[in-house]
Design a binder for this molecule. Structure first.
Ligand SMILES: Nc1ncnc2c1ncn2[C@@H]1O[C@H](COP(=O)(O)OP(=O)(O)OP(=O)(O)O)[C@@H](O)[C@H]1O
Ligand SMILES: O=c1[nH]c(=O)c2[nH+]cn([C@@H]3O[C@H](COP(=O)(O)O)[C@@H](O)[C@H]3O)c2[nH]1
Ligand SMILES: NC(=O)CC[C@H](N)C(=O)O
Ligand SMILES: [Mg+2]
Length: 542
């Protein structure tokens, strides 16, 4: 990355609150809540040394975490942050860490663990420590999740709020800008938690609330131009999904037709999807999209594969083969023309949750599905062809990407599309994938999604699709015995796709969908609705 491109990273442009992650499930919510307040925030692992940080945060938050500060091997913060001269807020583990640093006997295992609601009473101390609870002087419902507690007040600290169980529910240093909360202000169960974070970030750290999408667009376009230079060419894998479409539009704005978008028809896309995506991207967004039809290659190769992970591996690997071939074709076609030149960049729609997943301080975490690991797709491409990655969305959450899409003038329907996995219908045809089975799943999915749209439910649902079960069932159709396939419908409510609940359709609606699918999709005689939440299920069935 060139020096100019480095200079305009968001944390250089916006006052940034740094959240150091000690492994809590809620750490990313701290970052989210601050950004909702238009304060830019980034999350780094708790092992981040201040000396290795290339920018100065406006304030530092130490998150919660599953460890006990007094345990062997528990993570500890680099003491240099306390000499940086910016305000510090410790949340739960973060609070215990601050107390422990002051004196190791300050933190002990509590006699009663405390999970859930608590009634908090803020206390006026008459001093600058009152600023954290400014405007929140009365009673407040907060959410606790801890087993350890402070045994005594660290030296030079005041109690600024208590609950019945936690005498030290909030404490603050008498002269330095150090604040600690035993409860979690970042979860929605803490009523007014956002106000507390605002008091810290805006009131105490003096961070400006100027993180907006409009600003991000300008800044990101400038960054891409600096990175790619005057002649650089960029290749992008574009699926028609929200992330790659928004990223592609941004590239188009930044470098025009030096951006080449490629959609791979892998034979497991939805009904008419490739045609529609091509039309939308070309006509509506002015992006020149090449559709590489590799459907036979994919479908032939999928023959006989039943294991979900093997399907993903085969599809991922074949994607790369196709992209490599396309990159070469584009270069060859431009040879001896003014546009001749090597493609030296590859666009990827990586989002912040993927980044968080890979940097979060959780220790070795189990891989549930390979797609959760960042950068699986283009690794061989980037190493093999020496392509450099461009990831314009890597600081953004999904709803921020949607916001960015609207900012770039992308139509509502496109911006609000449900996510669709790269391996497509191949992981929705459970067991072996054959062209006939793909066709059944595809038709059933089309009926289900069209009916959801007609009922005005599409935007209320996080993701919906039809899948095909590997077993068959007996039915009676037109007085004849049939032994045919079972379609599984899945629709979920979710905001972050990490957890979900089944969507509560009205019974009558599902009956109507079922009737249409059985009537219209040849080879299907049963329809079932999946009521599993995540966890223990996952959103996809494979
Ligand atoms: N059929 C395809 N052709 C080209 N690239 C694809 C295809 N399917 C997936 N990709 C690439 O893989 C990436 C990951 O897919 P993913 O589904 O996570 O994102 P998306 O499709 O852009 O957005 P969404 O999450 O809304 O579906 C895409 O951003 C795109 O770069
Ligand atoms: O690009 C992708 N490649 C995959 O292999 C893949 N598997 C799941 N998903 C999508 O990820 C989200 C969470 O899905 P799960 O609960 O099934 O893990 C949901 O939005 C899923 O559709 C994938 N996306
Ligand atoms: N949520 C947390 O940060 C918990 C901190 C610590 N592990 C405790 O149980 O008290
Ligand atoms: Mg997709």
């Amino acid at each position: 990355m060139s020096a100019t491109a480095q200079e305009i990273e968001p944390h250089q442009l916006f006052d940034t609150i740094l959240t150091l992650d000690f492994g809590s499930q809620y750490t990313h919510l701290i970052t989210r809540r601050l950004r909702e307040l238009n304060v830019y925030s980034e999350m780094l692992p708790c092992t981040q040394k201040l000396a290795d940080l290339t920018w100065k945060p406006a304030g530092v938050i130490l998150s919660g975490g599953p460890y006990s500060v007094y345990e062997d091997g528990a993570p500890h913060v680099d003491p240099a942050y306390f000499e940086l001269g910016v305000p510090i807020l410790g949340i739960c583990y973060g609070m215990q860490e601050i107390a422990y640093r002051s004196n190791a006997t300050n933190v002990i295992a509590g006699t009663a663990r405390e999970y859930g609601h608590a009634d908090l009473q803020a206390k006026k101390v008459d001093g600058f420590v009152d600023r954290l609870f400014e405007g929140l002087e009365g009673n407040m419902k907060v959410w606790m999740s801890h087993g350890d507690k402070l045994a005594k007040l660290p030296e030079d600290f005041h109690v600024i709020a208590s609950t019945q169980n936690s005498e030290y529910a909030a404490i603050a240093h008498q002269t330095k800008d150090i604040y600690c909360l035993q409860f979690h202000p970042e979860v929605t169960h803490t009523i007014n938690g956002v106000q507390l974070l605002k008091n810290f970030a805006v009131g105490i750290c003096k961070a400006q609330q100027n993180w907006t999408m409009a600003k991000f667009v300008d800044q990101e376009i400038a960054r891409i131009r600096a990175l790619v230079g005057e002649t650089g060419q960029v290749l992008g894998a574009v699926s028609g999904g929200v992330d790659s479409t928004v990223a592609a539009k941004l590239m188009k704005e930044a470098i025009g037709d030096r951006f080449h978008a490629v959609l791979v028809n892998n034979g497991v896309m939805r009904l008419n999807e490739c045609e529609q995506v091509q039309k939308t991207l070309t006509e509506h967004l002015g992006i020149n999209l090449i559709v590489a039809d590799a459907s036979k290659l994919f479908l032939d190769g999928l023959k006989g594969i039943t294991d979900p992970e093997l399907k993903r591996k085969f599809i991922g690997g074949t994607f790369i083969d196709v992209f490599e071939a396309e990159a070469k074709k584009i270069e060859d076609a431009a040879a001896n023309s003014p546009k001749a030149g090597k493609i030296n960049f590859f666009l990827q729609g990586t989002l912040y949750p993927d980044v968080i997943e890979s940097i979060s301080f959780k220790g070795p975490s189990a891989t549930i599905k390979t797609h959760h690991n960042v950068g699986g797709l283009p690794k061989r491409m980037t190493e093999g062809q020496g392509l450099k990655l461009i990831e314009p969305l890597r600081e953004l959450f999904k709803d921020e990407v949607r916001d960015l899409g609207r900012q770039l003038g992308i139509a509502h329907d496109l911006v609000m599309r449900h996510p669709f996995p790269g391996p497509g219908i191949a992981i929705r045809v459970l067991g072996e994938v054959t062209p006939e089975r793909v066709e059944m799943a595809r038709k059933a999915d089309h009926i289900f999604i069209s009916m959801i749209r007609e009922a005005g439910l599409y935007d209320k649902i996080g993701q919906a699709f039809a899948a095909l079960d590997p077993s068959r069932a007996v039915g009676v159709m037109g007085d004849k015995r049939v032994y045919e396939n079972i379609v599984l419908l899945r629709a979920v409510e979710t905001t972050d796709f990490m957890t979900c609940n089944p969507f509560p359709f009205e019974h009558e609606f599902l009956v109507r969908v079922s009737t249409r699918i059985v009537n219209e999709v040849q080879g299907v005689c049963r329809v079932a609705y999946d009521y599993t939440s995540k966890p223990p299920g996952t959103i996809e069935l494979e």
